[in-house]
Design a protein around this ligand. Structure first.
Ligand SMILES: Nc1ncnc2c1ncn2[C@@H]1O[C@H](COP(=O)(O)OP(=O)(O)OP(=O)(O)O)[C@@H](O)[C@H]1O
Ligand SMILES: [Mg+2]
Length: 459
């Protein structure tokens, strides 16, 4: 009900850390690194693809033109592993053609098992070179191209020339059946092709670099704009936090002022009630007492005696009421009592006044409690017990008082008729419950009430 320490909400009003620029820098650094790596990967892959495609196209076109000339002279190989001297002569004549002489450095005709049945290098004819796998691939029907692949025994002579060569292996088909009857291998000078490839690779790299630079530029502009927006938003947020902090400080000051005012009001109220009790007691009660004394001496005529008795009865009732009111208005000198003593005094006083008994449990309570808190808690207990007596005829009155180190809880329950719409009773402006709620809220506490028709009341 009454928290013994203020657990107010805190807004951290430090300036927000300036991370916007760092973030932009980090993002750009990582993005640029990724893009440069991507550019190299892309450039390498594209130039490799270009090289492969250009080579294949070139090889296929050479294979086609050579085959046009060579294949008709190799048809005998459909029936054996040797060529007649006429066919060998024909082949030599073909290779003498100026266009072939300029580009083709050698020609070989393979049969299965690595057997060379014809070669422009005469010493290779009739020899077997089974280690070279490329003729086997051509036997499977595909044209195989090798760049500078002169690494086999049969290539020794040419590799000594030191000229860049393109090795092409192509199947030779029988004209009638379309069956592969031999594999033709020829070597073409690749200086021109090499130059072409280098140029196309340069073009590829330049295009990739330009695209990457373009992307980096766009990214930089986007991220720089994003960074500016972050900076603006951070500035706005810092300003907002500062405003909220100022507002919070103002609220705290206001809350302290209200609490001080409420405390003063509680104490002033108490002083006023005490003075009123003394005034009632010393003024009206004394006057009524005096009137009663005087009445005792009045004999009156026999006709007046009935009236005199009635006046005497009314005056002594009024005196009793005034004295009761005085007792209700006067709190014990709570300043001198501990909280526990003051609350127990209220319970005992209620029992005495009403002639009822109250079941009471109480734990240890703080030794030092501000005066205004004691007053508020005593008045709370007094009004709750008065209600339990007045509206529940004191049935099952119980008081539980506890302190858990931070909060004091006081619960007053009864087993009376209870009520409906508890909240509206607490909201009603007037004395009783509404005043009780105001008192408790003025010391930073809360009042809650549970009740239902026939189920008693707990506050
Ligand atoms: N313990 C209770 N049991 C049943 N009804 C209750 C109890 N306490 C309060 N009430 C209901 O709530 C109403 C408001 O209570 P409140 O203490 O404000 O006024 P009151 O007791 O009637 O008058 P006052 O306290 O000013 O002498 C009561 O009139 C009563 O109907
Ligand atoms: Mg009441």
């Amino acid at each position: 009900m009454y928290p013994s320490c203020d657990a107010g909400t805190e807004i951290v009003s430090e300036t927000l850390p300036k991370r916007g620029k760092n973030l932009v820098g980090q993002f750009l650094l990582i993005a640029f690194a990724v893009m440069i790596i991507g550019m190299f990967a892309m450039g390498t892959w594209v130039s490799w693809q270009v090289r492969e495609s250009v080579t294949e196209v070139k090889a296929a076109s050479i294979a086609l033109s050579i085959n046009n000339f060579v294949a008709p002279h190799l048809q005998e190989l459909a029936y054996g592993n040797t060529l007649s001297p006429e066919r060998i002569h024909d082949l030599r004549r073909i290779l003498e053609r100026p266009d072939f002489r300029a580009s083709i450095t050698s020609l070989r005709v393979w049969k299965p098992g690595g057997l060379i049945v014809y070669s422009s290098e005469r010493e290779l004819i009739g020899k077997r070179f089974p280690r070279n796998p490329n003729p086997e691939k051509a036997w499977a029907g595909s044209i195989t191209v090798v760049f500078d692949g002169l690494s086999y025994e049969e290539d020794k002579g040419e590799s000594a020339m030191g000229v860049p060569l393109l090795e092409v292996f192509a199947p030779v088909y029988e004209a009638e059946t379309g069956a592969i009857i031999a594999v033709v291998e020829f070597h073409e000078r690749s200086d021109a092709l090499d130059a072409e490839l280098v140029e196309s690779q340069w073009q590829t790299w330049i295009a990739t670099a330009l695209i990457t630079l373009n992307m980096m530029g766009c990214l930089f502009v986007i991220v720089a704009n994003g960074g500016k927006t972050i900076d603006l938003q951070r500035a706005a947020l810092t300003e907002r936090v500062a405003q909220l902090s100022a507002l919070l400080d103002e609220n705290r000051a206001l809350k302290r002022r209200i609490e001080r005012a409420a405390q003063n009001a509680t104490e002033d109220n108490e002083r006023f009630m005490r003075r009123m009790a003394y005034d009632l007691h010393d003024g009206i009660a004394q006057l009524i007492g005096l009137a009663l004394l005087r009445l005792d001496k009045v004999r009156g005529s026999p006709d007046d005696r009935g009236n005199l008795k009635a006046i005497q009865k009314a005056l002594s009732d009024a005196l009793k009421d005034v004295r009761n009111i005085c007792k209700g208005l006067l709190l014990p000198e709570v300043e001198k009592l501990s909280l526990k003593e003051a609350l127990m005094f209220m319970v005992r006083q209620h029992e005495r006044r009403t002639g009822t008994s109250i079941k009471c449990t109480v734990t240890n309570l703080p030794d030092q409690t501000p005066h205004f808190v004691k007053i508020a808690l005593c008045r709370f207990l007094q009004e709750s017990l008065n209600n339990a007596f007045k509206h529940a005829r004191g049935q099952g009155q119980q008081t539980d008082i506890a302190w858990d180190g931070t909060t004091i809880t006081i619960e007053v329950t009864d087993k009376g008729p209870g009520m409906c719409s508890v909240d509206s009773k607490l909201q009603e402006s007037g004395l009783g419950l509404a005043g009780l709620r105001d008192r408790i809220e003025s010391i930073g506490g809360i009042v809650s009430m549970k009740s239902a028709p026939g189920a008693g009341t707990s506050i």
